[in-house]
Each structure stands twice: as structure tokens, then as C-alpha cells.
Unconditional design. Structure first.
Ligand SMILES: Nc1ncnc2c1ncn2[C@@H]1O[C@H](COP(=O)(O)OP(=O)(O)OP(=O)(O)O)[C@@H](O)[C@H]1O
Ligand SMILES: [Mg+2]
Lengths: 232, 239
């Protein structure tokens, strides 16, 4: 309890004084997780929608693969990404290991199936007759998909919230391919782990609290958009 | 040959089961035909096929003299409108529910707006224009769905049991209103129902569907005799 209170005090102090290390780590966390979420949205929403609306051979297998990938352990993704990006790995020539780019890629791999899976579920749970009704308006393929996505928007925003929540909270992959380099790849989760291992519990708690403070307004903003729902 | 809608040798097989087998069905310009039959007879399947929303297994459908095929499906769909049993509204306002399909068909916003107001008014829900569709009662939702269909100014209107989810007073007033509108407009209408007491409200002609086949086709009087026309005043739920 004392540690938590001390952590709270420390968090307030760090935030008020604008501790340059903390500011740097926080901004990087937002940047890495924000970009990886964006990538997963660009990949996951169209892919999930495609899976929901198209019949093809092997669809069942693809759908269960996506569902399986939704639960990929970040450490495993991190390990595979590390093996790929390591100097003698297949993508080693890119020289990305221990860079923010590598972290973004690994996090995008973690979040994309989550966004795709939730999108698939959201679109598929629409009343199929609504699809027929929309078709009866004389909608072309594009109009049809946009209206269906509009109708599934609650589920799709849930998909984005889930993807973002997952990557901003994950530590394994960031640690492995980012390396927790101070001023370069250190993010809130990896910094927290480091401070705990150094025995700096107040600082670790402060970082954890900042992570929560960061996650809350972002998910709150997304939830607000989700619940308000105006026709674009 | 003044059929605005005709189907020939139409069959539909789903899961190895034949659910439609229509040798010939013609609907004339301005005709209001009721398709009746028991649950599972294939009424909805027939309607969706005629409205070019489901593919038949074989056979041809001719709309406005054109054989429906991949090339003209979209253009033909834009000349017809459909109302289902459930109102199936988009999660937005009543007004937008009426204007969005018009916008999809390329009707300019001003015109869409005017038409929406006109038909919302016609169906007595003008004051609900800015209400969100999910806050409507069943009757109001179905009125919205009807306004949406009429605002499209379709050349053929398809109705799939549009009243069966409604309670008695709502159903009766909508039947009367719709009957009047259809009579005024002489709009070609295919009206599916399993409740034959609804028929005399506005259909002159009937096709009886049974096991996927049209077993009878004729005027209401020919098919049901005179009683049904009198029954209009004393149907079981009309006390
Ligand atoms: N996609 C499908 N796959 C398999 N069978 C189907 C499919 N669609 C319809 N059927 C079957 O075809 C038959 C006709 O169905 P349809 O919905 O057209 O009947 P209906 O006359 O509209 O019935 P109701 O009065 O209950 O609405 C039913 O036996 C139904 O189970
Ligand atoms: Mg039906």
C-alpha cells in the first residue's frame, strides 16, 4: 500500500515537473502503439469484412486461424520477429532489430488479428436480411459494404479499442525486438519492468499509473465516439 | 405481352431441396397481386428472386421487358423497392433512413429531401423525422420502411408480409392507408402474405403458392369466392 501511495506521489511529481525521461517514454509509447494500431486497422478491418462477406474454399480454416491469432502471446510474436530481424535472419539486412520500427511491426502483428477477428464477428452478427434490404436500395458493392460497416460500427470500434488496449499493454514483444534502449526504444511497459527489476518500486508504480492515465482517456475517447454514433 | 414482370421456368434448389418451381408468372403493369400460401411454401424465396436479390437455380426473369442478368442487375434493382416483415432500418434518424436509399440511387439531396418529407407526411410520421430509428415502435418503424420504399418511386413494389409483425389496430390502419395509396397510384405491386384476410384490402388478383408451385392464379373473387370480399368487414380480428 505504501509503495502504491508513494508511486502515486512520484507519478504526480514526474508529471508536474515534466521529467524529460518520462515525457520521452510516454510520447514514444503513444507513437509506437498508435501507429501499430493504425496499421492493424488498415489491415484488420478490410480483412475481417472480407471474411465476413465472402465464401471461398478454405474460409473456415482462415477464420479459425484468425481466431487463434487473436490470442498470440506477445512474447512468441516477439521471439519470431526477433529471429526474422536478427542480423543473420531472413530480414536481417533491413537492420531493424532494436528499433521503434521493429516494435511497431511486432505490435501490428499482435493487433491485426484482434481487429480482424472482432470486425468479422461484428459484420457477421448483422441480420442477413438487413444486407438484402441494403442491396434492394440498389447499392453497388462499395455502398453496400460502407452501409454494413456503418451498421456494425459499435463492434468495429470495439475491435479498435481491443487492438489498441492489447498493444499498449504488451511488454514481451517490445522488450525483445526493441531492447528497451533508453531514449530510443524504451516504452512505459518495458520501463516499468526495468524499474521493478532494479528495485525502484515507486518509479515503477509511477510509470504504471502513467500508463493507466494514458490508456484511459484514449479508450474513453474511442468509447465516446462509439456511443455517440452520428451518421458520417 | 404488357407484363412488366415475368418469370419463366424458374427453379430454385437449396440444400438439395427444390423450393421453387414456377412454370410461368406474369404481372401486368398496374396490377396488385397477392401471393398467398402456407409457411414454407416459398413465398419469400419467390419474392426475393423476382426482386433480383436472390439467384434462381434456373429460369429467366424479365423486368420492364429486359431479361435480368449480371449486366443490368443494379440498374433494374434501382427501379423497384422492397418492404420486409421487419422494418430493417439503418441505425440513424427516420429522415435519413428515407433519404439514404434515394442518395444511393443518385437522386440529388434536395429532391430526396422533398420526397422524404412528402412520404413521411403521407404515412403520418412527419413529426418523427429526426427521431432515431431504434426508438420507434413497430408500427412507426414499418411506416418508415413504407415511406422509404415509396420515396424511391419504384415501378414495382414488393411487399413480404409487411404487416404480420404488427398488432391489430396498426395493421388495420396501415392496410387501409396502403390500399388507398396503391389504388391512387396504380403502382404494380407483388404482395406476399400468409393471411388471406389481408388480401381484399388492396389486391385484385391472387397467386396461390404451394410447395414452391403456383397452383392457382386469378382474381380474388375467382380464387376465394364472394365470401372473402364480405369477410373484409368481419375478419376474426376485425371486431
Ligand atoms: N437458403 C436456404 N437454404 C435452405 N433452405 C431454404 C433456404 N431458404 C429457404 N429455404 C427453404 O425453402 C422453403 C421456402 O422458404 P420461404 O422462406 O420462401 O417460405 P415462405 O413461404 O416465405 O414461408 P413463411 O410464410 O414462413 O415466410 C422452406 O422450407 C425453407 O426452409
Ligand atoms: Mg416468408
Amino acid at each position: 500500500m505504501e509503495v502504491i501511495l508513494a508511486g502515486l506521489a512520484e507519478a504526480v511529481r514526474l508529471l508536474i515537473t515534466g521529467d524529460p525521461d518520462v515525457v520521452d517514454i510516454t510520447l514514444r509509447t503513444m507513437q509506437v502503439s498508435g501507429i501499430s494500431t493504425l496499421i492493424s486497422v488498415v489491415i484488420g478491418i478490410p480483412f475481417g469484412t472480407y471474411l465476413a462477406l465472402t465464401k471461398f474454399l478454405g474460409r473456415g480454416f482462415v477464420v479459425s486461424s484468425v481466431n487463434f491469432a487473436m490470442g498470440l502471446p506477445p512474447v512468441v510474436v516477439g521471439l519470431i520477429a526477433w529471429l526474422m530481424l536478427a542480423r543473420n535472419g531472413p530480414l536481417g539486412a533491413l537492420g531493424l532489430l532494436y528499433s521503434p520500427t521493429a516494435m511497431i511491426l511486432a505490435q501490428a502483428v499482435i493487433a491485426s488479428p484482434i481487429v480482424a477477428g472482432f470486425t468479422l464477428a461484428a459484420v457477421q452478427s448483422m441480420n442477413p436480411k438487413l444486407g438484402l434490404q441494403i442491396l434492394s436500395f440498389g447499392s453497388n458493392r462499395c455502398q453496400y459494404i460502407l452501409l454494413l460497416l456503418w451498421e456494425s460500427r459499435l463492434g468495429i470500434l470495439a475491435a479498435i479499442i481491443a487492438g489498441f488496449g492489447r498493444v499498449i499493454a504488451e511488454v514481451g514483444a517490445s522488450m525483445m525486438v526493441g531492447g528497451n534502449i533508453r531514449g530510443y526504444t524504451r516504452v512505459l511497459t518495458t520501463a516499468t519492468v526495468l524499474e521493478v527489476s532494479k528495485g525502484q518500486l515507486e518509479l515503477a508504480t509511477a510509470l504504471g499509473i502513467i500508463l493507466l492515465l494514458l490508456t484511459f482517456p484514449i479508450t474513453a475517447a474511442l468509447s465516446y465516439i462509439q456511443q455517440r454514433g452520428k451518421m458520417p | 405481352m404488357n407484363s412488366i414482370l415475368s418469370a419463366r421456368d424458374l427453379t430454385m434448389v437449396r440444400d438439395g431441396k427444390q423450393i421453387l418451381d414456377i412454370g410461368e408468372l406474369n404481372v401486368d403493369q398496374g396490377e396488385v397481386v397477392a401471393v398467398v400460401g402456407p409457411n414454407g411454401a416459398g413465398k419469400s424465396s419467390l419474392l426475393l428472386t423476382l426482386a433480383l436479390l436472390e439467384k434462381a437455380t434456373s429460369g429467366t426473369i424479365r423486368l420492364f421487358g429486359e431479361i435480368a442478368g449480371n449486366g443490368n442487375l443494379l440498374a433494374l434493382r434501382r427501379r423497384i423497392a422492397l418492404v420486409f416483415q421487419d422494418a430493417l432500418l439503418l441505425d440513424t434518424t427516420v429522415k435519413r433512413n428515407v433519404t439514404v436509399p434515394m442518395r444511393i440511387r443518385g437522386i440529388p439531396p434536395q429532391e430526396a429531401n422533398t420526397r422524404a418529407d412528402k412520404w413521411l407526411n403521407q404515412f403520418g410520421i412527419a413529426e418523427l423525422s429526426s427521431r432515431r430509428a431504434r426508438h420507434l415502435s413497430g408500427g412507426e418503424a414499418q411506416r418508415t420502411s413504407l415511406a422509404r420504399a415509396f420515396a424511391l418511386e419504384p415501378e414495382i413494389l414488393f411487399l413480404d408480409e409487411p404487416f404480420s409483425a404488427l398488432d391489430y389496430p396498426t395493421r388495420k390502419s396501415l392496410l387501409l392507408e396502403l390500399g388507398q395509396i396503391l389504388k391512387q397510384m396504380r403502382l404494380t405491386t407483388v404482395f406476399v402474405t400468409h393471411d388471406y384476410t389481408e388480401i381484399p384490402y388492396f389486391s385484385e388478383n391472387v397467386a396461390v403458392l404451394y410447395n414452391g408451385r403456383i397452383i392457382r392464379r386469378g382474381s380474388v373473387r375467382e380464387i376465394f369466392g364472394d365470401e372473402i370480399l364480405e369477410r373484409k368487414i368481419c375478419v376474426p380480428w376485425d371486431m
